[in-house]
Design a binder for this molecule. Structure first.
Ligand SMILES: O=P(O)(O)OC[C@H]1O[C@H](OP(=O)(O)OP(=O)(O)O)[C@H](O)[C@@H]1O
Ligand SMILES: NC(=O)CC[C@H](N)C(=O)O
Ligand code: SF4
Ligand SMILES: [Mg+2]
Length: 491
């Protein structure tokens, strides 16, 4: 199937890519360590390809790194290695189907991709690639690069410069031709990619946290549109020749996707989340007596909840626990099955919330799967009031750049007016952080972000007919604004 998938029940993340170049060693081990640090970005499959100079040797497995690649048997030593953890956003999803790095030979090419191409089949040259040979946007990209190399007799770098300008959408890439390592960010810079150093090895990773997690030093993040070549002759940087591409870094990386210990464009994700929580407290305090307690929705919302509590002078209580190493879960099945899964994942602590007025903080509201269940759990555990505070604006528009958020009509805030959300979610009140305040919390140039899922303003063309709108959907270009609703009224 060559089309975006919309059947996930939770926001699906963005894939993790990693690479190492250095004097020949067991770089697969280092790449594997980085993939473990990027596991939150993809749990459907894992793969590592090692370049030995003349050839690439690869292994792929289904599931997490621990499940799909429990050892490195069969992966040789070599100067270069490329790795990937995947959540499918295009094409095959199950198990090994669509696993990356995509590995082709004659000449060898390994490609690890984070992001999604918009309408990849319309890319120049795609018509010449046998449709039977590709099922994902990433596989098509690899074939386009190889076709270019073969036809023009050029090297990988020249092929990248020829093929990439014809592609629309998001791609942070780590590639190898067996001897060199390449890092690429698309001209909008939708997805992050960082360069690091450990000893005499160069590292590339989706997030800086994966570099520091292996004891490496972050050198810098790649620029939007940069093509970085790393090899025996050092590093060389060039640009994808796309004039006038405006930077549109994914704002949701700060909200949810990236690890709190990562930096994006040099700015701490932790600080952005903390500031977002503080701003939410300024805008949407919960007053009255008895004084409420703040409960974070584990895991990602913990930092925003801390910021909210600090600014409002309220106590954080561990009203929800996440027992065991459940990780981010992407749940299949009907609504009842989803609720059961959330219940298994999050346990209310009656001793912390019974008799309390609760300010429940989450980082985002996408389908409402989490909140629909959690508010009930807290009430049954004895909470007398539940006030939901969300540290980002309502998520109303589908992403076409590497996140699979479900069918457009499944986005709860797109279906329901804010005034009906509190009722629907079983809360006493609901408030969202405004886009302006979120941008302020993230920092940097506010016009340098993609905010399409919050505003409907897409930085690129999107697939025709993709926004066949549900009746209540806001019009493109409307600002989400700060929204605060208690049952039946907008305050
Ligand atoms: O409205 P929804 O469709 O439920 O999506 C939003 C929720 O999904 C994510 O949590 P998740 O449990 O996936 O990951 P986390 O442990 O990192 O918070 C996010 O942090 C929100 O809690
Ligand atoms: N989440 C992602 O970045 C996915 C990459 C690519 N589009 C795939 O489906 O494999
Ligand atoms: S649409 Fe949303 S999730 Fe997708 S890249 Fe833009 S900000 Fe990120
Ligand atoms: Mg969460």
């Amino acid at each position: 199937m060559n089309g975006p998938l919309y059947d996930a029940d939770k926001p699906r993340e963005a894939c993790g890519v990693a690479g190492v170049w250095g004097p020949a060693g067991h770089h697969a081990a280092l790449v594997r360590e980085m993939l473990v640090a990027l596991q939150h970005r993809g749990q459907e499959s894992v793969g590592i390809a090692v370049g030995t100079g003349a050839a690439l040797v690869a292994r792929h497995g289904a599931g997490t790194v621990a499940q799909g690649m429990p050892d490195l048997d069969g992966l040789p030593h070599g100067p270069v290695a490329v790795g990937h953890v995947r959540y499918a956003t295009h094409g095959a999803r199950d198990g090994l189907a669509g696993a990356q790095p995509v590995v082709l030979d004659r000449p060898p090419l390994a490609l690890a991709h984070n992001g999604t191409l918009v309408d990849p089949h319309t890319a120049p040259g795609a018509e010449a690639i046998d449709p039977a040979r590709w099922a994902t946007d990433s596989e098509l990209m690899a074939h386009l690069l190889l076709a270019r190399r073969a036809a023009a007799g050029v090297d990988t770098s020249a092929a990248l410069h020829a093929v990439l300008p014809g592609l629309t959408g998001a791609y942070a890439l780590v590639l190898s031709d067996g001897t060199q390592l390449y890092g690429v960010r698309d001209p909008h810079g939708f997805r992050p990619l960082a360069l690091g150093r450990r000893g005499d090895a160069w590292l590339l990773a989706s997030e800086t946290a994966a570099i520091t997690a292996v004891g490496g030093e972050v050198v810098r993040e790649l620029e939007p549109g940069e093509v970085l070549t790393i090899g025996p002759h050092g590093t060389a940087s060039s640009r994808v020749p796309v004039p006038d591409a405006k930077t549109a870094a994914c704002l949701f990386e700060y909200v949810y996707f990236a690890r709190a210990d990562s930096a994006l464009s040099g700015r701490s994700v932790y600080q952005a989340r903390y500031r977002a929580g503080q701003a939410l407290a300024d805008y949407a305090p919960v007053t009255g007596s008895p004084r409420p307690v703040v409960v974070a929705t584990p895991e990602t919302a913990r930092v925003a909840a801390d910021g909210y509590a600090e600014r409002s002078g309220l106590r954080v209580v561990q009203g929800l626990l996440r027992p065991g190493a459940v990780g981010r879960s992407f749940i299949a099945g009907d609504p009842a099955a989803r609720e059961t899964t959330v219940r298994r994942k999050l346990a209310p602590v009656a001793a912390a919330v019974a008799g309390q007025r609760v300010v429940l903080v989450d980082d985002s509201l996408v389908r409402g799967t989490t909140m629909r269940t959690v508010t009930g759990l807290l009430r049954r555990a004895g909470a007398v009031e539940v006030h939901l505070r969300v540290a980002s604006p309502p998520y109303r528009w589908p992403c076409f750049y590497g996140i699979d958020t479900g069918r457009p009509e499944e986005l709860l805030a797109a279906r329901l007016p804010i005034t009906e959300l509190a009722e629907q979610l079983g809360c006493d009140s609901v408030a969202f952080l405004s886009l302006d305040r979120l941008l302020e919390a993230a920092g940097g140039d506010p016009s340098g972000y993609c905010t399409a899922c919050l505003t409907g303003r897409y930085p690129t063309a999107i697939p025709a007919g993709a926004l066949a709108a549900p009746a209540t959907r806001p019009q493109p270009g409307t600002r989400s604004g700060t929204a605060l609703a208690s049952r039946g009224t907008v305050e």
